[in-house]
Design a protein around this ligand. Sequence first.
Ligand code: GDD
Ligand code: MG
Length: 334
Amino acid sequence: MHAVVLVGGFGTRLRPLTLSTPKPLLPIANVRQLEHLIAHLSTAGVTHVALALGFKPEPFFEAFPDGMCAGVQLHYAVEPEPLDTAGAIAFAARDAGITDTFVVMNGDILCDLDVAALVAFHKAQGAEGTLHLTPVDDPSQYGVVETTADGKVQRFVEKPAPGESESNVVNAGTYVLEPSVIDRIPAGEKISIERVVFPSMVADGTLSAMPTDDYWIDTGRPDTYLKANLDLIDGSRQSILSSIGANAHIDASASITHSVIGEGCVVGAGCVVTDSVLLAGSVLGDRVRVERSMVMGSVSDESSLQDCVIGAGVVIPAGEHLQNARVPDPEQKS
Ligand code: GDD
Ligand code: MG
């Protein structure tokens, strides 16, 4: 599945931090926010991400020089001028050749949403677009959404004036869209999805929404950027931070989730490591997948391990796919 991630804003509210670094490339507990976000999307089956770039695209090219991030293939869509949210989504979707149901995410969101469940809800609704919703204390800074009991959006008001809406449930910045939404947005025009496209979809009765109450934060303000960092290290999140040992070399395009990486380990480009322990000195080649495994030795390019234990000195050859294996096998007497 394809996704478009909006990363072209000016990050005005986070100045001066964003004077030197675009907001999505600022780290949250030492990992760039965009890597957290794309690793999260990859768990829902997203394999291609189009970055909707505007302001300062160069740092993104430098951050991911091989066009991979968290095991996901990147497409850089650079707007000739800021096109606002809808213009940017349509530009990126056209540029990346998206022709099927796709996911959109604001680049400053960190959350524990089950994105696959949002896609399933969207399909069950038969909707043209489906929003993720979250409750907040002060809805005035967000897009406020009113829905029917069966999940249809009745009203969408971006940054409402006080008293304009009773709801404290807001647009959480993750959408599932049909390609027909792109057709609603004329090429090259500066249009807001929140102020123009969503209200017109509400009028047509084609917009649905799914609320959840799991962890959610927009990191775009100084107080929320700080909170997002501290929440990750104090364990408020479901997705727990990985622990990375000294002198470990982890390629910027690798994705490490809920794992312990020992001292001096090497993790190559495009690797995905989940729920695993790499003991000191172990080496992963490029595009290796390691899930629920413990590794002391080396795993060569394009191999995958699920529920495996790999001893010291072992070299798993390239392209090997192992499940429930112990190497060397402790049962085998030599
Ligand atoms: N490429 C591109 N071009 N990206 C843009 C542009 C543009 O012209 N303008 C904004 N963006 C990107 C920002 O970088 C950010 O990732 C995303 O679009 C949303 O912009 P914000 O500036 O962060 O909007 P917001 O936080 O005030 O409101 C949005 O998010 C809320 C949830 O946090 C809206 O979608 C609200 O409805 C929503 O509630
Ligand atoms: Mg924001």
